[in-house]
Design a protein around this ligand. Structure first.
Ligand code: GLN
Length: 464
């Protein structure tokens, strides 16, 4: 813990951390030592990790990258934070030590960590470039070896895409596998937490501690017991020989993920990774996800709609920023929200309010929900021919900071390969697949069927 805190201080220029409390981290580390001395063998005892700043943490500030929540301190831990760390009255803790809070796009809205009120996080491979987003601080911190692992959240790609841009491994589990209690809400029907780390094995270790039901606190958390995802990682698939451990695994390549929109160097790196999967015994089959393109308009209606509703709680009354001067109640709301929310968040609230308004609901929101169902059906059809899907995480490598300032839609379009699994609630993973022409990391995306986390992590581990 001490060594990493020092390393974090030496890498402040990456903008990865937005809150540190060295005394608190060291106190947790000492407490972990004492527990170990008593023979406690909790799975992550004493392992230092850090949390994306949209997960609330007792003892550390939580701002969700927003001025709106400047100075906010939660009196409780998010369930995934408690389960990884010190536990709470409902969950045992795996014993990890909290090193601090990690930068992210404001309320997790973004793809480059450029929309944080606390400034951008930077890609350690090239600090003039974005680390991806919205979990950019998490990806940058793991890639720069400031932490061995971190939490992220993924609504439409925010674990997978920054993991790809920074050359690390990340997994978004099936919707509902991790409790959303204490995850500052963006789009509740899509939000899901997951681990970001150096390897599939480390992700498996963290994910095993994160998953599990939370019936009293998140009604959408799945009623399934935790699972040990590290079990069997090193074993070949049933019936396969050690030399070809993935013999029998059918990997589907969605035609729509390999089209002209994907940069040639990204395609080449992904193809090379797939060739390695073939050497490991897997078979590649072509499949189709015909509604892939529709995922963008559907997501960018559903997510802002839910956000506009979720963010109505920031009214300057109960918590969050309140304008210093105002004339009446409405003026206080208006000024507090105009000052507290950044431009991208305001844009999403406007879009969301518009598509939900009377007279437009049927034309936009209802249609988007119908498309969402069709996209889920596309996956069901594709999984009749394969066990996993594979393709790129993003159509390009990390872009220069500021390159998309004048064109918010360009960033939305770049989410094309991550949005479909999000809309379908399926688990998705980003695995490092070498570098593109510029020497920047490329990520291979693996998508699993419902609750296919173990299958994803096993394949990724065998590949690594
Ligand atoms: N880039 C997408 C968005 O801005 C996804 C973000 C996320 O997964 N939190 O909404």
């Amino acid at each position: 813990t001490q060594a990493l805190l020092q390393r974090i201080r030496a890498h402040e220029h990456l903008g990865a951390f937005v809150a540190l409390d060295e005394q608190a981290s060291l106190a947790q580390a000492h407490a972990a030592d004492a527990r170990r001395a008593r023979g406690d063998d909790a799975p992550l005892l004493g392992v230092p990790i850090a949390h994306k700043d949209v997960l609330v943490t007792r003892g550390w500030p939580t701002t969700a990258g927003s001025r709106m929540l400047a100075g906010y301190r939660s009196p409780f831990d998010a369930t995934v934070v408690a389960r990884l760390g010190q536990g709470d009255d409902q969950h045992a803790g795996a014993g990890a030590v909290t090193l601090g809070k990690l930068n992210c796009d404001e309320f997790a809205m973004g793809s480059g960590n450029e929309h944080s009120a606390w400034g951008p996080a930077r890609n350690p491979w090239d600090t003039s470039r974005v680390p991806g987003g919205s979990s950019g601080g998490s990806a940058a911190a793991v890639a720069a070896r400031l932490v061995p692992a971190a939490t992220g959240t993924d609504t439409g790609g925010s674990i997978r895409q920054p993991a790809a841009f920074c050359g690390i491994t990340g997994i978004k589990p099936t919707y509902g596998r991790c409790s959303r209690y204490g995850l500052v809400a963006y789009a509740s029907s899509l939000d899901q937490a997951g681990p970001m780390a150096r390897s599939a094995r480390d992700c498996a270790l963290l994910l095993s501690a994160m998953v599990g039901p939370d019936p009293d606190r998140d009604a959408t958390s799945l009623d399934l017991p935790p699972e040990d995802y590290t079990r069997g990682l090193d074993d070949p698939l049933p019936g396969a020989r050690a030399a070809r451990p993935l013999q029998g695994l059918r990997i589907g390549l969605p035609r729509e993920f390999f089209g002209a929109g994907c940069a040639p160097d990204v395609q080449a790196a992904v193809r090379a990774a797939l060739a390695e999967f073939e050497r490991l015994g897997a078979t590649l089959v072509e499949v189709s996800l015909p509604r892939t393109e529709l995922a963008i308009p559907a997501y960018y209606i559903i997510a802002p709609a839910e956000a506009s509703s979720n963010l109505s709680r920031y009214d300057g009354v109960r918590y969050g920023h309140r304008a210093a001067q105002y004339e009446d109640l409405l003026d206080m709301y208006r000024r507090s929200r105009s000052e507290g929310f950044g431009p991208e968040v305001q844009r999403r609230i406007l879009i969301g309010t518009y598509v939900l308004s009377h007279g437009y609901y049927d034309a936009y929101y209802l249609k988007a929900q119908q498309i969402r169902r069709l996209i889920a059906q596309d996956f069901v059809a594709a999984f009749e021919h394969c066990d996993l899907l594979a393709g790129p995480v993003a159509p390009s490598v990390a872009w220069p900071i500021g390159a998309q300032d004048d064109d918010p839609v360009a960033a939305y379009l770049a989410d094309i390969y991550t949005l479909p699994a999000s809309l379908a609630g399926l688990p998705g993973m980003s695995v490092p697949a070498g570098v593109g022409d510029s020497g920047l990391p490329v990520g291979l995306q693996l998508i699993g069927p419902y609750l296919g986390e173990a299958r994803l992590l096993h394949a990724a581990h065998q590949f690594q």
